[in-house]
Design a binder for this molecule. Structure first.
Ligand code: DHB
Ligand code: FE
Length: 284
């Protein structure tokens, strides 16, 4: 049986990827961000998963406004690197796990969550920046990755509650896979930031801290927070945080098990236009 051993939560700021790729990671501004991930890179070496189920959002790279899947699971054998803004990052191609991804699609769709099955998809900074932050600059990523794209760009976007319930369904799917795989689930994006309009540049440290506290201790309560509160408190792009609830919903305590262990917690302002938040939770 496959198991979810831990969950990882991290921002995906594209400028972090550009800082790595353009040799700026040692500059004082960026060093303060990367310091928070030294622990995480060591932790990844010590807790190497067999598969990462990576929840992220696409930024008009794979999907345009022509087709907007709410939840899309990548079932391909590999995913090419692409991006808007700075362009495709010079990082390894992402290798998928088509058999596990197809099993999860089967199980979750039969469990009444509608997923879009994507057999060909490019992946952008939403997915590659978290991989770089956690794994550094390897020749190949340490394991296969199942990309799971959530629409948090074009309204209507899914509620935190729906995301939390979907995480529980993903856990049931993974635990019914008949191979002894160690699976990590990652929730990415956030934290508070707004890239547009009169409030562009908004950061809300109090909200972010409260979000991290509640994500750890009372995710079921946090899942009831409506969109308008994310947008009001965390800015228009702060809505990306609903993706963290998918990963949190897949943890043991939400599904009748023990509370997770907080292996690592980090928060830093600023990185580009956002607050960077990062957590590692281990199932006990
Ligand atoms: C920035 C942050 C994002 O999450 C993103 O997708 C694009 C840009 C920024 O901080 O500039
Ligand atoms: Fe983003």
């Amino acid at each position: 049986m496959a198991r979810i051993t831990s969950s990882v939560y991290t921002s995906h700021v594209p400028a972090i990827g550009a800082a790595i790729d353009h040799g700026k990671a040692r500059e004082p501004y960026w060093q303060l961000v990367f310091n928070g991930y030294d622990f995480s890179k060591q932790w990844m070496r010590e807790h190497k998963p067999d598969v990462i189920f990576l929840v992220y959002n696409d930024h008009a790279t794979a999907f345009s406004l022509e087709i907007i899947p709410t939840f899309a699971i990548g079932t391909a054998a590999e995913f090419k690197i692409a991006d808007e803004g700075w362009g495709p990052r010079p990082v390894p191609t992402v290798v998928g796990h088509p058999v596990l991804a197809a099993h999860i699609a089967q199980s979750v769709i039969q469990d009444d969550f509608d997923l879009t099955i994507v057999n060909k998809m490019d992946v952008d900074h939403g997915l590659t920046v978290p991989l770089s932050l956690m794994c550094g600059e390897p020749q190949a990523w340490p394991c296969p990755v199942i990309p799971f794209a959530v629409n948090v760009v074009q309204y209507p976007v899914p509620s935190g509650r729906r995301c939390f319930m979907l995480g529980q369904s993903i856990r049931r799917a993974i635990e019914s896979f008949d191979e002894p795989l160690n699976v990590q689930i990652w929730g990415t994006g956030g934290m508070s930031h707004q890239l547009q309009g009169p409030r562009a540049g908004l950061i809300n440290k109090e909200f972010d801290k409260r979000f991290l506290d509640m994500l750890i201790a009372d995710p079921a309560h946090l899942a009831n927070m409506p969109h308008i509160e994310y947008v009001r408190e965390a800015g228009s792009e702060g809505i990306e945080l609903v993706m963290w609830l998918i990963a949190r919903g897949a943890m043991a305590d939400v599904n009748g098990g023990k509370p997770p262990r907080v292996a690592h917690r980090f928060y830093h302002v600023p990185a580009s236009n956002t607050a960077v938040g990062h957590l590692i939770l281990e199932n006990n």
